[in-house]
Design a protein around this ligand. Structure first.
Ligand code: ADP
Ligand code: MG
Length: 458
C-alpha cells in the first residue's frame, strides 16, 4: 500500500489538522478554478479588463466572467449547495437511541422511499459539532460498498443543532436479531454473514479507514440476507507507519488485546480482532468474551486463548499495561477454541484463531480471510437471497428489547440525555420510550460504558 499521511488525528490534534486540511483544500480548489479559468479565458484568468479599459487583478475564485449589456460583471462561482430540510421526510417511528445519535424510520415525502434518519447529538454549549459526526459523515461519503450502509444525504432541521444523516433503511441489526433467535445461525448462514463483513472491512481498509467499533449492534441485515456495516462514529483514517491513537475505542467485549494492554499505536488489526469476536458470537449466539472491566476482559481472553509469550507475541511485555499482569506458570488456556467450538471444522477453527491472534502482525487481514478455505468447504455459504426473512423491530413489526453495550464514550467527549433531541423539532412532545442514556446511573464511568450494561452477573 502506498504511504499516506493520517487525515484524522486524535482528538487534541484534530482541530489543528482540520485547519491545515481546510487550508490545503482551499488552496487546491483555488488552483483548480484558476486552471479552469485559464483554459476558458486564455491568459485573462487572473487579470481582466474593466469597462474603463484598466486591467484589474482578480483575487478569489472566479471561473467565468461575463460583461453583460448592463455593464455589470456577472460571476459564476463554484456551486455551493445547501443541505435539504428534514421536512422532506415524514417521520414514521423511533428505532433506537444510541450514545451519539437517535435513529428514526422515515419516508421521503416526494418519492415514498423508506429511509433511516440518524439525528446527531450536537452539544452546542461544550464542543460544537461533534468530531464523531464529522467522521461518520466523511467515512460514509468515502465508502461505497454493497455491505456498507448507504448514506443518501445530510439534512437539517429548523435549528443549527438539528442535523440528520439519511441512510438506506435496513430491517435489522444483528444484535437485536440474535437476541430473539432461539438457535444460532446455521453454519452456512454464518459463512455468508462473515464473508460480507470481511468484504466490507477489506474495502474500508483499502480506503485507509479503520472502523474501531465493529460489533453485532453495528451490523445491520436486511431481509434479503445482506449485511450492512453501520455506525462509523469512531472510524478514522490511518497512516503507515501507524500514528498514535486513543485507546478509548471499541466496545470492551470486542476490543483487541493490544488496545487493552495500552499500545499507543494500533491499526486495522483491531477491526480483525473484533471480527473474530463477532464470528464466535455468530456461532454460539452469545458474545464470545464478556469481560466486566478491562482487566477482566484481558483475563478472559487469556482463559480462552492461553497466555502470550515473547515468541507468540514479541514485544508484548513492554506494552504499558502488560507489566501489571501476573502470568501463572501454567500458560495453557482453561478451554481451547477447539473445545469451545466442537461443531465447526478445522478450517473454521483455523480462521477463528487467525482472527484472534495476539500479535497484531500475525493476525489475518480482511483480504486474506476472504480467501480462507473455510468459505470453500461444505457447508457452502448460503446465498443471501435464501436467508429467511424475519419480522423487523425497526420497521415496527416487533417490539425492541435490550439495548446493546456501548462503545467508550470519553472519546466522543460529551454526554447527552436530552429528550428534546428525540424529535425532529425542539418543541415536539415525544412520547417514544427513552432507552438508558449515557448519563443514567448505568453509565457512571468509562469502564462500565465499555463493558456495556447488559452484563449478566453471576
Ligand atoms: N440505516 C439503518 N436502518 C435501520 N436501523 C438502523 C440504521 N442505522 C442504525 N440503525 C439502528 O439504530 C441503532 C443505533 O445506530 P448507530 O448508528 O449504531 O448509532 P450509535 O452511534 O448511537 O450506536 C443500530 O444498532 C440499529 O439498530
Ligand atoms: Mg452503534
Amino acid at each position: 500500500m502506498e504511504k499516506k499521511r493520517a487525515r484524522w488525528r486524535d482528538e487534541e490534534e484534530d482541530a489543528v489538522v482540520a485547519d491545515r486540511r481546510r487550508h490545503e483544500k482551499e488552496k487546491k480548489k483555488k488552483a483548480k478554478l484558476e486552471r479552469i479559468g485559464r483554459e476558458r479565458n486564455g491568459e485573462q484568468t487572473t487579470t481582466t479588463t474593466t469597462p474603463d479599459g484598466k486591467r484589474r487583478v482578480l483575487h478569489g475564485t472566479v471561473a467565468e466572467i461575463d460583461l453583460t449589456s448592463s455593464g455589470l460583471l456577472r460571476f459564476t462561482g463554484p456551486e455551493i449547495r445547501s443541505c435539504r430540510s428534514v421536512e422532506n421526510y415524514e417521520r414514521l417511528n423511533h428505532i433506537e437511541e444510541g450514545a451519539y445519535g437517535v435513529v428514526f424510520r422515515g419516508r421521503d415525502v416526494s418519492t415514498g422511499e423508506i429511509v433511516a434518519l440518524k439525528k446527531l447529538k450536537v452539544d452546542k454549549d461544550q464542543h460544537g459539532f461533534p468530531i464523531t459526526s464529522l467522521r461518520e459523515i466523511e467515512a460514509l461519503m468515502e465508502l461505497s460498498h454493497p455491505n456498507i450502509v448507504n448514506l443518501k444525504e445530510v439534512v437539517i432541521g429548523g435549528a443549527l443543532d438539528q442535523i440528520y444523516i439519511v441512510m438506506e433503511f435496513v430491517e435489522h441489526d444483528l444484535k437485536s436479531l440474535m437476541t430473539d433467535m432461539r438457535e444460532p445461525f446455521l453454519q452456512s448462514e454464518v459463512k455468508t454473514i462473515l464473508h460480507q463483513l470481511l468484504s466490507a472491512t477489506a474495502h474500508m481498509h483499502e480506503n485507509w479507514i479503520i472502523h474501531r467499533d465493529l460489533k453485532t449492534s453495528n451490523l445491520l441485515m436486511n431481509n434479503k440476507g445482506m449485511i450492512k456495516v453501520a455506525d462509523f462514529g469512531l472510524a478514522r483514517y490511518f497512516s503507515e507507519p501507524a500514528a498514535p491513537m486513543t485507546p478509548l475505542v471499541v466496545t470492551l467485549w470486542y476490543r483487541a488485546p493490544e488496545i487493552l494492554l495500552g499500545a499507543k499505536q494500533y491499526s486495522t488489526e483491531v477491526d480483525m480482532w473484533s471480527i473474530g469476536c463477532i464470528f464466535g458470537e455468530l456461532l454460539i449466539n452469545k458474545p464470545l468474551i464478556e469481560g466486566k472491566s478491562e482487566i477482566n476482559q484481558i483475563m478472559k481472553i487469556f482463559e480462552l486463548l492461553g497466555y502470550p509469550d515473547e515468541s507468540s507475541w514479541p514485544g508484548f511485555r513492554s506494552l504499558p499495561n502488560a507489566k501489571s499482569i501476573n502470568i501463572p506458570k501454567d500458560r495453557k488456556p482453561k478451554t481451547s477454541l477447539r473445545s469451545r467450538f466442537p461443531y465447526i471444522t478445522s478450517a473454521g477453527v483455523d480462521l477463528l484463531s487467525s482472527l484472534l491472534q495476539f500479535d497484531p502482525k500475525k493476525r489475518i487481514t480482511a483480504k486474506e480471510a476472504l480467501e480462507h478455505p473455510y468459505f470453500k468447504e461444505e457447508p457452502m455459504p448460503k446465498p443471501p437471497e435464501a436467508f429467511p426473512s424475519f419480522p423487523s423491530k425497526a420497521g415496527e413489526e416487533r417490539k425492541r428489547k435490550a439495548p446493546s453495550p456501548r462503545a467508550p464514550v470519553a472519546v466522543h467527549g460529551f454526554e447527552v440525555s436530552d429528550s428534546k433531541l428525540l424529535g425532529f423539532s425542539d418543541d415536539e412532545n415525544d412520547n417514544m420510550p427513552i432507552l438508558a442514556s449515557p448519563s443514567s446511573s448505568l453509565f457512571r464511568d468509562n469502564e462500565q460504558l465499555g463493558a456495556g450494561f447488559q452484563l449478566r452477573f453471576g
